[in-house]
Design a protein around this ligand. Structure first.
Ligand SMILES: Nc1nc(=O)c2c([nH]1)NC[C@@H]1CN(c3ccc(C(=O)N[C@@H](CCC(=O)O)C(=O)O)cc3)C=[N+]21
Length: 319
């Protein structure tokens, strides 16, 4: 049974679950980890080809402010992935009580450094800093996170200049759908969550892929009813097990972006990672679903490497 199940949903989802169980459907597990590995291998071989013919080494700079444990873990994982792919990583670590000016100084140095092709400012920043000011300072040609307002604005407009980079997590979601041969065109897609870094850009990307898109957020009335119309759900709320089986149309495809730690004294780390979607219920109703961990998370890192390679190729006109 899912953690945090609200009692009014419990009865209904149980009915759905029982019905689905008797028909013995089991969703395809969308293996983000192995797709990410495949993509990382493709990137590594392209980078080695680029190195051989041009001597150019792609570079990614990461700026980490403060000492959040989760941020330190992500940054370490990114660094490892870069090394494995042949990307040189640069790192600036600043204390929690740094000033905005100090962060901006590092950004400016990386902006001017020709061996750095991508700059990532690890989020969230400490509360006393203005995220907008800092993200706006990254040169758009090095904005491998795709968080600069100009890149996001270009994503929202069609028939104009294309964004230089697409945000990694939403890009990874679409890539998973493509690699599993899941049609998006003309489909009804529902995005749960409207964050600047995942929900909004995911909705824009789905729309660019010719889906009909709705966004559910914290003020949506009857979210369940809207979610149930979806052929494709992308959930990015950060609420563990919020999406119950009763929210899912039989046969829908579920991309679960949530990576939520839930206390679990029995596991070695003291917590367990769960998605936004109640997995045990969903996998009996959906036709395909991403697990957590091992779904969207590894794809985010693969897309970061991909964006860094795109940037290096663009600077040096390498095809
Ligand atoms: N500027 C910026 N860009 C980001 O892309 C960014 C960020 N800030 N801040 C934090 C979030 C979070 N994030 C993750 C990436 C990979 C996994 C990942 O690979 N997770 C593994 C699980 C790892 C584990 O077991 O702990 C998985 O889902 O399988 C998770 C989280 C990137 N973020």
């Amino acid at each position: 049974m899912c953690i945090g199940v609200i009692s009014t949903y419990r009865r209904r989802s149980f009915t759905t679950l029982t019905a689905a169980m008797t028909s013995e459907t089991t969703a395809t597990i969308i293996d983000g980890k192995s797709v990410a590995k495949q993509i990382k291998d493709e990137i590594a071989s392209e980078i080695s080809r680029m190195k051989e013919t041009t001597g150019i080494v792609p570079g990614l700079a990461v700026i980490l402010v403060g000492d959040r444990k989760d941020s330190a873990t992500y940054v370490r994982n990114k660094k490892k992935a870069c090394e494995a792919a042949g990307i040189k990583s640069y790192e600036a670590k600043l204390p929690e009580d740094s000033t905005e000016e100090e962060v901006l100084k590092f950004i400016s140095e990386f902006n001017d450094d020709p061996s750095v092709h991508g700059i990532l400012v690890q989020l969230p920043l400490p509360r006393h800093m203005n995220e907008e000011t800092i993200l706006n300072a990254v040169r758009i040609e090095k904005d491998v996170d795709g968080f600069h307002p100009l890149n996001i604005g270009r994503l929202a407009m069609r028939g104009r200049q294309e964004p230089l980079f697409v945000p990694c997590t939403p890009k990874g979601c679409i890539e998973l759908l493509h690699r599993y041969g899941i049609d998006i065109k003309g489909k009804r897609a529902v995005v749960i969550g409207r964050s600047n870094i995942v929900g909004m850009p995911a909705a824009l990307l789905l729309q660019r892929e010719d889906a009909t898109v709705s966004i559910i957020h914290s003020r949506t009335k009857n979210p369940e009813e809207i979610a149930r119309q979806a052929d494709i759900i992308i959930s990015a709320t950060g609420q563990p097990n919020m999406v119950k089986g009763s929210w899912i149309k039989p046969g829908a495809v579920i991309i679960d972006v949530g990576i939520n730690p839930v206390d679990d004294p029995a596991s070695p780390r003291g917590y367990q990672l769960v998605g936004d979607v109640c997995y045990e219920e969903a996998c009996k109703i959906a036709s395909a679903i991403t697990p957590v961990p091992g779904g969207v998370g590894p794809m985010t890192i693969a897309m970061l490497l991909s964006n860094t390679l795109i940037s290096a190729k663009r600077v040096h006109n390498f095809e």
